[in-house]
Design a protein around this ligand. Structure first.
Ligand code: URA
Length: 286
């Protein structure tokens, strides 16, 4: 039976619209089953299977069938590598988070199981620096070093960030450093959209409690995670606004380690931030 239904699911997937926007619902699966029950479906021959495989457009996006309990279809979604968050993990109480104090927020994040990133973490990486800071930096998410130590930006990129902060005439301990996601994405992949969204209520509360004058967004993931906009190369160096707070997007330090030439642009972005705080980089007299 399972093989036949797998075949049915595959066939339905191939029949769906080319843009992949139509989900295979339980309704159309059960209808398909009922309609074909009288003429009991038989498994297609291997030749037919092969023909169908090759007929499918190579670049059609993979569409995942919703996973629901069904007497007909076993719970199995071989093409899904990621469990939908709303099903597998505990949803957050947004109103509760928005009213949390620092201790409550730290406890909530330490115990968080709102997304799949909780599975592989060693530490929840909450933040570093001063909770009274006027300047806040937001990165992407913890890497291996940060996951091991529970502190953001302590690896190679972190060392460069510390130098950037010092060049801006701030102590690292007087700024506030956080990330879009608090748990390490496996293999240092970018956090997925649903992972960023699920972590955002915590970050929003941190921003609200710190209430910085300026937020520096480090890299495209931070830009996308907070501002829902992509294109760091285009948007860097331009002032944006997040809930009344000035936001300066710039390149991520890890990117600057790979592309030295981008440091000049990043420095000019950071100098704009320095101006807000009345800090001016002394010009050298040649
Ligand atoms: N990269 C980030 O974006 N954040 C960290 O904490 C470390 C590296």
């Amino acid at each position: 039976m399972t093989d036949i239904f797998d075949e049915i699911i595959q066939c339905l997937r191939r029949e769906q619209s080319a843009d992949g926007s139509i989900y295979i619902s339980r309704k159309n699966l059960t209808e398909f089953y009922r309609n074909s029950a009288s003429s009991a479906p038989s498994a297609p021959s291997s030749a037919v299977r092969e023909e169908r495989r090759t007929a499918a457009p190579p670049d059609r996006p993979a569409v995942s069938a919703p996973r629901r309990e069904s007497p007909y279809f076993p719970e199995r979604a071989p093409e899904e590598s990621r469990e939908p968050l709303e099903r597998a993990y505990s949803p957050l109480d947004l109103a509760e988070i928005a009213a949390m104090n620092w201790d409550q927020l730290k406890t909530a994040t330490a115990n968080c199981r709102a997304c799949r990133l909780c599975e592989g973490r060693h530490n929840v990486v909450f933040a570093d620096g001063s909770e009274q800071a006027d300047l806040m930096f937001i990165g992407e998410g913890p890497g291996a070093d940060e996951d091991a130590q529970g502190v953001p930006f302590v690896g190679k990129a972190g060392q460069l960030l510390s130098k950037m902060i010092a060049a801006m005439q701030f102590q690292r301990s007087e700024v506030y450093i956080a990330n879009i996601v608090k748990c390490r994405p496996p293999g240092n992949r970018n956090p997925a959209d649903d992972e960023m969204d699920s972590c955002l209520p915590y970050l929003n509360r941190q921003i609200q409690l710190v209430s910085p004058k300026v937020i520096v967004l480090l890299g495209n993931v931070a830009l996308k995670g907070l501002m829902k906009r992509g294109g760091i190369s285009r948007l860097r160096g331009q002032w944006l606004d997040y809930k009344g707070i000035k936001v300066m997007p710039t390149f991520h330090p890890a990117y600057l380690l790979r592309y030295e030439a981008a440091k000049r642009d990043a420095w000019s972005d950071l100098q704009q931030v320095m101006k807000v705080f009345g800090k001016v980089y002394p010009r050298r007299n040649h």
